[in-house]
Design a protein around this ligand. Structure first.
Ligand code: DOR
Ligand code: ZN
Length: 448
């Protein structure tokens, strides 16, 4: 292919076939058309980017974000949310359905698709929410409608109450979805907290004690119970189950030995109650479902990240406004995180807390494979040229004023992260040296 006119050649040290290698990534029409050991002659190629300092990794695939669009755009929209994602090295997101209106059918899916199509900077897909009353035939028709421009990327079931009112009240009713999941290969992602197991604990009047109260109320037993019920109701179809934001050793144990896959979030990996109480202006900032817990649970999650029990890291980017968080125990649950997830994990790699290949597996390849996003998550011929350049010497402190989410705050203020110096989406630079060089609307809905 040396004679081909490539649109762009990126000469770099990149993670390819499991190790760092010096290669030339040759891009045509946004895809990796060839990977060469020596760069093609310049006369035969288009633009050439020579990356000398850093390394190149696949773009991050964040399969768990709440971009709040449509309907909740004072918190975030597809423009600000996907810009924030891009600055953190995320090149593909799957957006959750608890918007206004909620994404539950063809019309609301279309609304969401339209909201994203004029604003998104990176590629994106959408979940639709199922409840115990959702019509399986309706969802089957949605998924199979080949003429439609818009189809759901996966299903989401809120097995416990959280932001929005999309409860799947009877976990046993998941059984109705087993033939659909097996037949179509669709993934059902669940928020696993069993409300029947929530404890009654006196609500604190002030912000002080909010995190302990929240963690005692929504204790680890509620997570474990919900996981066990979901596995029992799906039976063999549990291989299509993706358990979101596992937060506790008990939750991990409940999933042990099953074919379900597990996600953890950066907030459960990098924060614990003691640290939050010490470092945060307001405890309620880190009120999130499932709750931030103690050091032992955090350590258990790290062990599962390292030994392969965890399949994906997802940000659960859930922006709320500071004014809302001032409501203490009554404030909405959720923390922003799409921009800081990659930088925190890459800093952990630099600190030798996990190997680079494992980080890339958890951030990019694992999520892409789990959700059958075949063009995403890796550096291979035929895949989208979604790439990030990382310079490990460019570590810096995380500060809300440098981030791009509309919510304007971060639970990681003052912690250190490694932000990408360049981000390519389908061969186009979307971020370079802290500037956004993309126009909203260039991002595409995936898989249609
Ligand atoms: O804390 C949470 N916030 N957990 C969820 O499940 C939803 C999210 C949100 O959308 O705010
Ligand atoms: Zn979520």
């Amino acid at each position: 292919m040396r004679w081909t006119m490539f649109d762009l050649v990126i000469e770099c040290r990149c993670l390819y076939e499991g190790r760092l290698q010096d290669l030339a990534l040759c891009i045509i029409d946004g895809r990796i058309a060839d990977i060469l050991r020596t760069a093609p002659s310049e006369s035969g190629s288009g633009e050439v980017h020579r990356i000398r300092e850093g390394i190149v990794l696949p773009g991050i695939v964040d399969t768990h974000v709440h971009m709040r669009d449509p309907g909740l755009t004072s918190k975030e929209d597809f423009g600000t949310g996907t810009a924030s994602a891009a600055f953190g090295g995320v090149t593909c997101v799957l957006d959750m359905p608890n918007t206004k209106p909620p994404t539950i059918d063809a019309a609301s899916l279309q609304d969401k698709y339209e909201a994203a199509s004029t604003k998104a900077h990176i590629d994106h897909g959408f979940y639709i929410a199922i409840s115990d009353r959702t019509d399986v035939e309706m969802v089957t028709a949605l998924l199979m409608d080949r003429r439609s421009a818009v189809r759901p990327a996966a299903l989401k079931a809120f097995l416990g109450e959280s932001t929005g009112s999309l409860r799947f009240g009877d976990t046993g009713a998941l059984a109705r979805w087993a033939p659909f999941l097996t037949g179509t290969g669709t993934v059902v992602a669940v928020h696993a907290e069993d409300e029947d197991q929530f404890a009654t604990v006196r609500t604190p009047e002030t912000d002080k004690g909010v995190l302990e109260w929240h963690a005692r109320r929504r204790a680890d037993v509620a997570e474990a119970s919900s996981v066990r019920k979901a596995l029992a109701s799906l039976g063999p179809a549990a291989n299509r189950l993706h358990i979101l934001h596992i937060s506790s050793a008990a939750g991990l144990a409940a999933a042990q030995g099953s074919k379900a896959t597990i996600e953890v979030t950066p907030h459960h990996l990098f924060l614990d109650i003691d640290e939050c109480k010490e470092g945060l202006e307001m405890e309620a900032l880190c009120k999130v479902n499932p709750p931030i817990r103690g050091k032992d649970d955090k350590a258990a999650l790290w062990r599962a990240v390292l030994d392969g029990r965890v399949r994906t890291i997802g940000s659960d980017h859930a922006p709320h406004l500071l004014a809302e968080k001032e409501e203490g125990a009554r404030s909405p649950s959720g923390v922003p995180g799409v921009e800081t997830m990659g930088p925190l994990v890459l800093k952990a790699v630099k600190d030798r807390r996990l190997p680079l290949e494992r980080a890339v597996e958890l951030l990019s390849m694992g999520p892409a494979r789990r959700f059958s996003l075949s063009a995403k998550g890796g550096i291979r011929i035929g895949m989208d040229a979604d790439l990030i350049e990382i310079d490990t010497s460019s570590e810096r402190r995380i500060r809300a004023e440098d981030l791009h989410s509309r919510c304007g705050w971060t639970p990681y203020e003052g912690m250190r992260g490694i932000f990408p110096t360049r981000v390519y989406s389908r061969g186009e630079l979307v971020v370079e040296n802290d500037s956004l060089c993309s126009k909203g609307g260039r991002g595409r809905a995936i898989g249609y």
